[in-house]
Design a protein around this ligand. Structure first.
Ligand code: NAI
Ligand code: HPV
Length: 531
């Protein structure tokens, strides 16, 4: 099998070398392709590689009928409709490590340039004016730097600022006091960070929460004379509010690398002499471009070949050893989910996945995703991807709850799936027995013990002699062998169920014949996702 990869933004050739080296990959470069052309051609590709220029919209993703992976050679994925990709089961990956230092250095270059008016003085001299009086700057030493977003880049900016004798304060909702202390940084609230800053720099992703994080209200809290930097994403700082703050003299200067609309030619902020600006160059060094292209190309190669990659944006990534531990539980979850969904007759309102024992010692998200896939595959017309299961459940209005309990009832591990609807509830539980594979151990309130198989038959009936024989003869006439069988009943002569693993599929006619022959309450033929 071979794969086709489309590259639409300029990526380092050195980074792409491993793609060219692989014999089963065909690489097509269409740099700067129009949206219309992209929609037209994307259907022929298994992977799309971009930087920040290509806007990967829902329309493009929908047209990408063969698309498996969208790779972003860099950090920010705000140019990719990740939700649409998730819904379509397309993995989005990025390369967040390769440009950290480059972007931190760039931010620092911008801070120094801003403090000392280097771009303005340079432009004057190039124009033939020797002016030593207009460009008196400020020192960084002793100034308060506030960093909003202390992630990879924010932390590297902090280190460099400390080397310059700045006092560093950071606001980041995920910053722990221990980490702040280790980095020698003052952790603050957003307001505190805003009020104390001489220099304020943003290093968050652009999200609903960070959009216009700095707007008129925040500018009015700032110390007059503050200097602002944005080398993260346009839109974190409200550009209109920044222009007003510059006009009002609150902001002494701003350094911008990123803009709400890019390319930002003609952006009114660029007309302010106190604003220095670059065309989204933060990650543009030879080193960073090789790094991110190598990383993302490796990610695409690994994922297309069924291996894992650590930087998946819309699916938690697992280390191979973790994968090996979780795989049997994920397979069990999918089987139980599929089983429960086939017993369920109405519309599911709620899915409860209960974990007991071993699975609770690990991240259960991958198991829950597989369980949901088992359930949703019954209802959804198209193939259900692990990437999109949570979103599909949300869109179908299904509430998903996970609970975790200590080991119970003699099993070291149990997964119990309960589907609840308006007037119906179905529970199926199972376990993984070391060296013996999965077992189904409970169906509703009946304890059972049976190895699930790809074809199963289940009956609900009143416990009485002769039932097994009648079912066996109908199956025998249809040429279907019973591989194993379990009978469960609460009390003698009461409600009972029979569960059989059969060697091949059972037709609707045979299901009806069993129902008639043994006067069964219900007979269900169940197919399970077992290879
Ligand atoms: N100008 C350029 O060319 C480049 C820009 N970038 C951008 O820089 C930004 C930071 O990148 P990294 O440090 O690699 O990302 P990161 O994910 O390591 O760090 C982001 C930090 O922001 C924090 N955060 C999230 N929401 C927040 C909020 N509401 N308030 C405060 N903090 C919040 C997170 O907890 C995290 O610590 C991204 O927007 C990225 O796209 C990255 C590389 C190059
Ligand atoms: O990595 C990021 O988030 C960047 O902003 C870099 O963007 P670029 O790849 O230079 O278009």
């Amino acid at each position: 099998m071979s794969f086709r990869i489309l590259v639409t933004d300029p990526l380092s050739e050195q980074g792409l070398a491993q793609l060219y080296a692989a014999s089963d990959l065909e690489i097509v470069q269409e740099i700067g392709v129009s949206k219309e052309k992209l929609v037209e051609i994307i259907g022929d590709f298994d992977a799309l590689l971009v930087r920040s220029q290509t806007k990967v919209t829902e329309e493009i993703i929908k047209a990408g009928s063969n698309l498996q992976v969208i790779g972003r050679a860099g950090v920010g994925v705000d140019n990719i409709d990740v939700r649409a990709a998730t819904k379509a089961g397309v993995l989005v990956i990025n390369a967040p490590d390769g440009n950290t230092i480059t972007t931190a250095e760039f931010t620092f270059a911008m801070m120094l340039a801003l403090a000392r008016h280097i771009p303005q003085a340079h432009a004057k001299l190039k124009d033939g004016v020797w002016d030593r009086n207009r460009f008196v700057g400020v020192e960084l030493r002793g100034k308060h730097l506030s960093i909003l977003g202390l992630g990879r880049i924010g932390a590297e900016v902090a280190k460099r600022a400390q080397a310059f004798g700045m006092h560093v304060t950071a606001y980041d909702p995920y910053l722990t006091p221990t980490r702040a202390e280790k980095l020698g940084i003052k952790a603050a609230t957003l307001e505190e960070a805003i009020r104390t800053a001489d220099f304020l720099t943003v290093h968050t992703p652009l999200s609903k929460e960070t959009h216009h994080l700095i707007s008129d209200e925040q500018f009015h809290m700032m110390k007059p004379g503050v200097r602002i930097l944005n080398c993260a994403r346009g839109g974190i700082i409200d550009e209109g509010a920044l222009a007003r703050a510059l006009e009002q003299g609150i902001v002494a200067g701003a350094a911008l690398d990123v803009y709400e609309q890019e390319p930002a030619v003609g952006q009114p902020l660029l007309a302010f002499p106190q604003v220095i600006s670059t065309p989204h160059l933060g990650a543009s060094t030879e080193e960073a471009q090789v790094n991110v292209a190598v990383d993302v190309a490796q990610g695409v190669v690994d994922l297309l070949h069924g291996r894992s990659y650590p930087h998946t944006v819309n699916l938690p990534s697992l280390a191979p050893e973790q994968r090996a531990i979780l795989e049997p539980f994920s397979n069990l979850g999918e089987v139980l989910g599929s089983f429960a969904a086939q017993l369920f007759r109405g519309g599911v309102h709620r899915v409860t996945i209960q974990y007991e024992g071993e699975p609770t010692q690990h991240a259960t998200d991958p198991i829950s995703r597989s369980t949901l896939r088992g359930i949703l595959s019954r209802y959804y017309r198209e193939e259900v991807h692990l990437i999109s299961v949570a979103l599909i459940a949300e869109e179908m209005g299904i509430e998903v709850t996970e609970t975790k309990l200590p080991p119970h009832g003699g099993y070291t591990n149990v997964i119990r799936v309960t589907l609840t609807g308006a007037n119906e509830e179905v529970t199926v539980a199972g376990t993984v027995l070391k060296g013996h594979g999965m077992r189904i151990i409970q169906i509703d309130h009946y304890p059972v013990d049976i190895t699930p198989s790809s074809a199963m038959l289940m009956t609900w009936h009143r416990d009485r002699p002769g039932i097994i024989g009648r079912v066996g003869s109908v199956l025998g006439l249809a040429g279907i062998n019973i591989a194993s069988m379990q009978v469960g009943r609460a009390i003698e002569g009461g409600e009972a169920l029979m569960l059989m693993a059969v060697d091949r599929s059972v037709s609707d006619e045979s299901v009806q014949a069993i129902r008639d022959a043994a006067d069964m309450e219900r007979v269900a033929y169940i197919e399970l996702p077992i290879a």
